[in-house]
Structures are given as structure tokens and as C-alpha cells.
Design a protein around this ligand. Structure first.
Ligand SMILES: Nc1ncnc2c1ncn2[C@@H]1O[C@H](COP(=O)(O)OP(=O)(O)OP(=O)(O)O)[C@@H](O)[C@H]1O
Length: 682
């Protein structure tokens, strides 16, 4: 017992860091029984040590310190092991990561690597690194070091300092022996030491447990997916293989896992797609099922992922999505198949429209009233990449300005009196992901044009009364029968908006420029409206074919409906044509200037005299005489007040155009057949 108190333990290490770490370790375990000191060769060494128990931190330190240790000392060379406190950092490194193990000498580096592997940390690829090494390690960017951070090469980004390696249990026992304490304390010290180790292995098993759980969770997720999923590593082995793949191939995942893919998937077409083809997707047949296979490569993981989609299911999913759109009424009803005609003009137009459909850019469709602008907008959407997304149409001439804004942009709850609870989405929001058809765009006010421009430019909307911007992804197709360029020149249409919407352009030919299509259209509309076997006399066909059709296809369609309604038999004769007053006006290739070709100024005027014409017609229908006074009165009733002078001017314009004849005195104004025709097509 005497011996124990008089003798002292001296720790001799190369560096201050090692000396202090070992000192701390031994003090924690043996401090209450043994007095101890520590010295580092790089720092300070006492002149001579006698009658001490000296412990060298490693055999490498011996040469540096042996000159101060005399023969009366008991010498122990420490065996050291990894510091368990820092070890879990290593478990965060992925499997097979290449790491440098950095230490001062090759032997210490090698020895530490072996220790790590021995205690079960063997998921990494260790490369020993020490100052005198010549091997090029530029490609390795992670390093582990037991406190020798200064030796880590500069290019390494990720340095894990696992601290100074500690003295192992066998060395501890040796120390106890030198102090004659082994019998008394051996079991307890060993217990303390083992407890620490158990803590470490518990931590390791916890981490392993977490990994297992995560793996299990991911497996369930991947199995829950309705597509077949396979991952192939760089050696061509299967690393992921879900339940759906089992259904496709009939091979269970336990048999597929870690096997070469060609041993599991025998289909040559699929293998050739995986290994030799550039294409990213391919329609293939696997076990008599049609599947669409998609392939992509994860660069960093050097892994190829394959996704097998059942085409029948994809089609039914698309059908379900379409059904939902249909229920909401957000679908484009027409396709190019609904566009009838085979003249070169029509085929050229259709060909251009199909090309425009492939783009994501805005399209402006220009054409006279009834030429099929809506039909084309529908068809373009239906062959575009957005065809499974909503299609919404907004007609600018159909709604008053105040309503247009809320229809377009929506509003928040409480934005105005009468605003719906919870607010309302506008068409821009509803069409998100799809196409928005803005019909009669030439009819909107400058104020609305400014708002529309902002939305189209920014591709985000702000609801009325709202304070946040909502991003939208909408393709715009606009249409007009007005000469927008001319409106722009006159200041009625914003130039910036004009250029925004007219990125792509489609001009629809008027029916009178493709008269050869008329017989085809006639029989098409007849078939559409009746199952009966209807024939037309040659004169009727001739007359219809030579009419001017300023109301274009819509007017032709209406004329057919009229003839079918009034016909006496299934043979339609000239008698069944609409009244001369409406129809003959067109036949006469009249000089009527159509709005499309009119200047903006004229068009604005037109709105005014058209209103007057409309009221004259209404007065006639009531069986009354259309005097200036009467016109004034009826307009007042409808809140559209004009002075007698203003009415006189408009009547003069109408007369100049041949739409009315103005009788003297009590006779009043009457509408000509040309006027009626014009009213009907407007
Ligand atoms: N080429 C065509 N083949 C068959 N039907 C057509 C064709 N073009 C137009 N139609 C029919 O003519 C009618 C008018 O078409 P649509 O409403 O698309 O014209 P629009 O140019 O948009 O007219 P507006 O400018 O007056 O709104 C519709 O019933 C449409 O189905």
C-alpha cells in the first residue's frame, strides 16, 4: 500500500494535445488512487525521471523521451483505441465513402484504421494519409483525423476530428498492476470502462436501428406507389425494386435485390432501352401488359432509375381528370375534326393553327364574325400540351365593364357589397395550367387593357380587394373581328398589349373567299340538324354558294336552320330560302363595308348608329311608326339618352349606308332589307 502513494504516474506524449487528453482520461478513471503528471515532447520535459511509472503515449514517442527516463522507472507503452465520444460522426457518412485517415505517421494511421474496422465501423473506405505520403489523394474530399487537423491536405472540404485516441483497457490493467491495485480495483475499473463501451455500442445500434427504420419506411412508400420502380447501381445491380415491379415481372423483390438486372428482366427490348438507348421513354410490353417506361440517371449516385407506368391506368387517370374538367365546364368542346372544309385556304389555315398549338406563346386570332374563331381557339387548346388542363373562355362584348374585372381577376370576401362569401376565383385563376380564350378583345376599355397587360406581363393576378399576388400559368388565345392595328393607331388599343397578345397570329379566311366549301358545309349542317334525307334544288345550292355571307359560317348555319324549319318536304327549293329582305341583301355582293376593314373611328361611330338602327327595328316590331321623337322616347326608357339632333345625324348616316329610308312628315323612318340583314349579322 505504501508503494502506491509514493509512486507517481508520468504520462509522456509527443504533443500537448495527446498529453492532455490521456491525462484527462486517466484522471477520470484512476485520479482518486494514483497521483499523475503529464509532459509533451514538443513542449516541455523534466530533466530526469526516477522511480516513476512512466507511460509512453505510443512507441513512437519513446525515442524522443527515453533520455529523461532512468532505469529505476517502470515503463508502459500505451495501446490506444478510438475515442468513442466522437464516433457517431462517422455513421453520418454514406456507405462506401472514400475517406483519408490522417495521422502523423503511416504506422499510426494504419493502426487507427484497423482499430476502427475492428470495432465495427467498416462501412467506409479508409485511405491512410500522413505527411510523407506520395500518393495523389486530390479526388478525396473527406478526412478523419484523431486531432491532427493541421496535417489534413488543403483540398479536403469535410474534416472530421474524432479526437485523440484513448488508452485501452489492457493498458489500464497494466497500470493498475504497476501500482498493485489490480486485485482491488481491476473489476471496478474494467466495469467503468466497459460501461463506456456499452454506451458506444448502444449508440451505434441506435443509429443502425434508425437506418433500418428509415429503410423500412422508404420501402413502404416505394411499394405504395402505383408504378413499377427499379433502381440500378453502377455495377448493373438492382438496388430498389418495388411491389408493382413484382406484379409486372412475377419476380419477388427478395430475389431481385442486389441481382444483375439482366438476370431479373429478361425482355431484350427493355434491356436494350436501359443500356443502349438515348431515349428517355419508350412504350414496351412486359408480360402482355403495355407499359410506358421512363428512364433517368442520378449523376451523383451513379444510379439509373426506371419507372414503369401502366398505359391503361394512365389513360383512365387522364379520363378522370378530364371528367372533372367537364363537370366544371372547363373544357374545349371543339377539335380540328369539327372544322369542315377542304379548300386550300382552309387547309392552310388549319395547318398553321396546328403548328401554333405546339407553342406556349400567346395567339391572336383575327377573322370576321362567324368565321370560327372560337372553334379554332378550342381546337388549338385540344392539340396543345395543355389539353388535359382547363380551357376557359371570356367574351368581352358580353359583359359590362364592372363585371368583367371580377370575372377576370376574381375578388376577396368583402371586396364590395354583394361579394360572395369566401371570395371568388377569376377566370385567370380557374384556367391555371391551361388556356384562357379572350374573345372580342378589341372591345375592352383602355382601363381594362392596362390591367390585362399587367397580368399578362407578370403572369400573376391580384384579386379585387386582395393584397397578395397569385402566380398563374395560363396560355392566352385572344380573338377579334376588329382591325386592332387600326384601333391601336387611333389610340383605342394599347400598343404594348397589342404586341403582347399578337405574338403568334392566325388569320381566318371569310367564307366568301372559300365558296367551294359551301356545299360541304350545307350538307354538314343539314346532317347535324336532322336525320332525314334532305335534298336541295340546284338553284338553292347555287344561290347559297354565290351569296356573300358577311355573317360567314354562322350565317350559313342559321340559313340552313331556317330552311329546314320552313320546308314543305325533304326537297328544299328556292321557296324555302329566307325572306328576300334578309337574304337578298347578301346575294347582291353589296358594298357594305364590314367592320373588320373599317377604321377605329368608324367602328366607334358604328356602335352608335347600330343602336339607333336596333331601336327603329324594335319600334317597327311593335307595329309603330319610327319618328325621331319615338326613337328618342324609347332610348330614354332604356337609359340611353340622345338629343334629337344626335338622332338626326345618326339617321343620316344610316340613310347614307342604305340601311334606312327616311320618309317625309308622318311617314317616319323605315328599315331597308339591307338594314335588316346588317342587324342580323351584327
Ligand atoms: N369551318 C367550320 N366548319 C364547321 N363549322 C364551323 C366552321 N367555322 C365555324 N363554324 C361554326 O360556325 C359558328 C360560328 O363559329 P364561331 O363562334 O367559332 O365564330 P367566331 O368567329 O368566334 O364568331 P364571333 O366573332 O361572332 O364570336 C359555330 O357554330 C361554329 O361551330
Amino acid at each position: 500500500m505504501e508503494e502506491t502513494t509514493s509512486r507517481e504516474l508520468i504520462i509522456l506524449a509527443g504533443t500537448v494535445e495527446t498529453a492532455s487528453a490521456l491525462h484527462q482520461q486517466l484522471k477520470e478513471i484512476l485520479g482518486e488512487y494514483i497521483a499523475m503528471e503529464s509532459y509533451a515532447a514538443e513542449d516541455y520535459l523534466p530533466s530526469l525521471l526516477s522511480h516513476k511509472v512512466v507511460i509512453y503515449s505510443s512507441d513512437l514517442v519513446e525515442q524522443e523521451v527515453e533520455h529523461i527516463v532512468d532505469a529505476s522507472c517502470d515503463i508502459i507503452t500505451a495501446r490506444r483505441t478510438t475515442n468513442y465520444q466522437y464516433i457517431d460522426q462517422l455513421f453520418h457518412l454514406p456507405e462506401a465513402t472514400k475517406v483519408l485517415y490522417v495521422n502523423d505517421f503511416q504506422e499510426t494511421a494504419q493502426e487507427a484504421i484497423e482499430t476502427l474496422q475492428r470495432i465495427g465501423i467498416n462501412h467506409l473506405q479508409y485511405i491512410p494519409y500522413y505527411p510523407s505520403i506520395s500518393e495523389n489523394v486530390q479526388h478525396i474530399d473527406t478526412a478523419i483525423t484523431p486531432g491532427e487537423v493541421h496535417l489534413v491536405p488543403d483540398h479536403v472540404e469535410n474534416v472530421i476530428n474524432i479526437g485523440v485516441r484513448l488508452i485501452d483497457i489492457t493498458t489500464l490493467m497494466e497500470i493498475l498492476e504497476k501500482f498493485y491495485l489490480k486485485d482491488r480495483l481491476g473489476a471496478e475499473i474494467s466495469d467503468r470502462y466497459t460501461r463506456k463501451i456499452i454506451e458506444l455500442s448502444k449508440r451505434i445500434s441506435e443509429i443502425n436501428q434508425q437506418t433500418v427504420q428509415l429503410h423500412e419506411h422508404l420501402k413502404q412508400v416505394v411499394d405504395g406507389i402505383n408504378d413499377g420502380i427499379v433502381a440500378i447501381d453502377k455495377q448493373g445491380k438492382i438496388s430498389v425494386y418495388n411491389q408493382m415491379m413484382e406484379n409486372y415481372t412475377g419476380v419477388l423483390s427478395i430475389h431481385a435485390f442486389h441481382k444483375q438486372v439482366q438476370h431479373i428482366v429478361k425482355n431484350q427490348e427493355i434491356l436494350s432501352f436501359i443500356f443502349h438507348e438515348e431515349a428517355r421513354s419508350r412504350l414496351l410490353t412486359i408480360n402482355q401488359q403495355q407499359v410506358m417506361v421512363y428512364k433517368f440517371h442520378l449523376q451523383q449516385e451513379e444510379t439509373t432509375i426506371l419507372i414503369f407506368k401502366n398505359t391503361d391506368e394512365t389513360i383512365s387517370m387522364e379520363k378522370a381528370a378530364r371528367k372533372e374538367l367537364v363537370q366544371k365546364g372547363y373544357v374545349a368542346k371543339y377539335t380540328f375534326e369539327h372544322i369542315i372544309g377542304d379548300t386550300p385556304q382552309l387547309l392552310r389555315t388549319e395547318n398553321i393553327a396546328r403548328k401554333l398549338a405546339k407553342s406556349e406563346l400567346p395567339v391572336l386570332i383575327h377573322g370576321e364574325s362567324g368565321t370560327g374563331k372560337e372553334l379554332y381557339a378550342n381546337s388549338i387548346h385540344n392539340v396543345s400540351s395543355r389539353h388535359y388542363q382547363p380551357f376557359l373562355a371570356m367574351n368581352f362584348s358580353a359583359l359590362p365593364e364592372e363585371l368583367l374585372e371580377s370575372e377576370l381577376f376574381g375578388y376577396e370576401e368583402g371586396a364590395f357589397t354583394g361579394a360572395q362569401k369566401g371570395g371568388k376565383k377569376g377566370v385567370f385563376e380557374q384556367a391555371d395550367g391551361g388556356t384562357l380564350f379572350l374573345d372580342e378583345i378589341g372591345d375592352i376599355s383602355l382601363k381594362l387593357q392596362a390591367r390585362l397587360l399587367r397580368v399578362i406581363q407578370e403572369m400573376e393576378i391580384r384579386r379585387i380587394g386582395g393584397n397578395k399576388n397569385i402566380p398563374i400559368d395560363v396560355r392566352i388565345i385572344a380573338a377579334t373581328n376588329k382591325d386592332l392595328h387600326s384601333l391601336m393607331k387611333q389610340g383605342y388599343f394599347r400598343e404594348d398589349l397589342y404586341h403582347r397578345i399578337k405574338v403568334l397570329y392566325l388569320q381566318l379566311p371569310p367564307l366568301r373567299e372559300r365558296k367551294e366549301d359551301i356545299p360541304l358545309l350545307i350538307y354538314h349542317f343539314i346532317k347535324e340538324q336532322t336525320k332525314q334525307d334532305i335534298h336541295l334544288s340546284p338553284e338553292v345550292v347555287d344561290m347559297l354558294q354565290h351569296a356573300s355571307w358577311y355573317g360567314n359560317i354562322r350565317e350559313l348555319k342559321n340559313t340552313i336552320s331556317y330552311m329546314l324549319a320552313v320546308r314543305e318536304s325533304n326537297y328544299i327549293t328556292i321557296e324555302d330560302l329566307p325572306a328576300e329582305a334578309t337574304f337578298q341583301a347578301n346575294l347582291a355582293e353589296n358594298q357594305l363595308e364590314h367592320p373588320v376593314t373599317k377604321s377605329a373611328e368608324n367602328w366607334m361611330d358604328e356602335q352608335e348608329w347600330l343602336t339607333v338602327l336596333h331601336y327603329i327595328h324594335e319600334i317597327h316590331n311593335r307595329g309603330e311608326r319610327a319618328s325621331r321623337h319615338k326613337i328618342m322616347e324609347i332610348m330614354k326608357e332604356k337609359d340611353e339618352e340622345l338629343s334629337e339632333q344626335q338622332i338626326r345625324l345618326r339617321l343620316n348616316s344610316l340613310k347614307d349606308m342604305g340601311f334606312v329610308s327616311i320618309g317625309r312628315g308622318r311617314k317616319g323612318t323605315s328599315i331597308t332589307s339591307k338594314g335588316i340583314a346588317y342587324l342580323q349579322q351584327s
